[in-house]
Design a protein around this ligand. Structure first.
Ligand code: PLP
Length: 377
């Protein structure tokens, strides 16, 4: 099969699989146990905390492990609202967030918070001033993703957070960095993020593990209650094997960020070039976006029809984001696509192991689809 759905999830790398197996077979203690086996498990987790912290340029003690970025995002948004929201009921976000952020804000809205959602302009560009203008002294949180998972747009997080904090130094900033981590350089202090969400399975580790960076001094109301693990912010026995796998994958990827980015950018450029002779293609990803994602519509063919046609040729892509199971999330329209374009969008998301011949096969299959599916419509 030709796998071009790496924004949905990635294939675990050998380093991650090795670390997971090693933990399952040898390092199976409970990190909270006081004996040697417990200590070994605790050391494994703390090693991963150091790995992630060195990549993000932050303190290891600021990394908290979760079950994935959905939990990290919920914990960040609802945790800040719970801790600070009583006297500061205004919260700010964008109209293009992942469902896990979007739905968290919807929950807050139902609970009586004043949710301000900032949209991009018709070219898909966010004006940082629009966020800063929305900040007042009664604002506790601003949450903005780094890289959009459907289109690859890179959002001006640093400028927004910087401006927001200048206007209100008490404001807490949260960034969903899932699609940017180990793909674009991230330094927490430069981003001015107080909270930052990561996911393991988007970086060639396993599903079911993620992390939340929490700047020292930021208070969060936990989502779960139980033991003292992760300082009580995230109680529950840590999934040591999954955490170890995330650490191994991150350690392997970190030194090659620039090379991988270049390779993927070349693949993306090649795909664009191959697509250009085809009629009815509209590209929704910006040129200066993440090189890992290319979103385009094939006129008059609904996404899921094309997706299943490509699947029949052994090619896996996505229509919009995987978690909405193909349903139109509305995000593409926020970035300027028409409804018809959004309904016929295909997201190709790359990894450095993809090859040009795979992209040629994709384009050939799309052309075939255009010839056969259109007449069937
Ligand atoms: N945020 C973004 C931008 C994503 O692309 C995803 C992946 O689906 C998530 C959050 C959720 O991550 P997870 O699958 O680890 O819950």
């Amino acid at each position: 099969a030709i796998y071009l759905d790496n924004a949905a999830t990635t294939k675990p790398c050998q380093a991650a699989i090795g670390a997971i197996n090693q933990c399952l077979t040898e390092n199976y203690g409970n990190p909270s146990s006081l004996h040697h086996a417990g200590l070994q498990a605790q050391l494994a987790i703390d090693g991963v905390r150091r790995t992630l912290a060195s990549i993000l340029a932050c303190e290891p003690g600021c990394i908290y492990f979760t079950s994935g970025a959905t939990e990290s995002n919920n914990l960040a948004v609802r945790g800040v609202a719970g801790a600070y929201g009583k006297h500061k009921p205004r919260v700010i976000t964008t109209t293009v967030e992942h469902a896990s952020v979007r739905e968290s804000f919807r929950q807050l809205e139902q609970a009586g918070f004043e949710v301000i959602r900032i949209a991009p302009d018709s070219h898909g560009v966010f004006d940082p001033n629009a966020f800063v203008e929305a900040v007042n002294e009664r604002t506790c949180l601003i949450s903005m993703m780094l890289v959009n998972n459907e289109t690859g747009h890179i959002l001006p997080v640093r400028r927004v957070f910087y401006g927001a904090k200048r206007k209100n130094p008490q404001i807490i900033t949260h960034c969903d960095a899932v699609q940017g981590f180990l793909k674009v350089p991230i330094r927490i202090s430069e981003l001015k993020a107080d909270l930052l969400s990561l996911s393991g399975h988007k970086i060639h580790a396993a599903k079911g593990v993620g992390a939340l960076y929490v700047r020292k001094g930021v208070r969060l109301t936990p989502l779960l209650f139980g033991g003292e693990q992760e300082h009580g912010i995230r109680p529950g026995t840590e999934p040591v094997p999954l955490i170890a796998g995330m650490g191994a994958a991150a350690a392997e990827l970190a030194p090659t960020l620039a090379q991988r980015s270049q390779r993927v950018a070349a693949l993306r450029a090649y795909l664009l070039e191959q697509l250009s002779p085809l009629p009815g293609i509209t590209v929704h990803s910006p040129e200066d976006g993440s090189p890992y994602i290319l979103n385009f519509s094939v006129a008059n063919i609904r996404s899921e029809i094309m997706l299943h046609f490509l699947e029949s040729k052994g090619i896996y892509v996505s229509s919009g984001s995987a978690c909405s199971k193909g349903a139109n999330s509305g995000v593409l329209e926020q970035f300027g696509a028409t409804r018809a374009q959004a309904d016929s969008a295909i997201r190709v998301s790359l990894c450095p192991e993809n090859a040009k011949h795979e992209l040629r096969s994709l384009v050939q299959a799309i052309a075939e689809g255009q010839a056969t599916l259109k007449t069937a419509k």
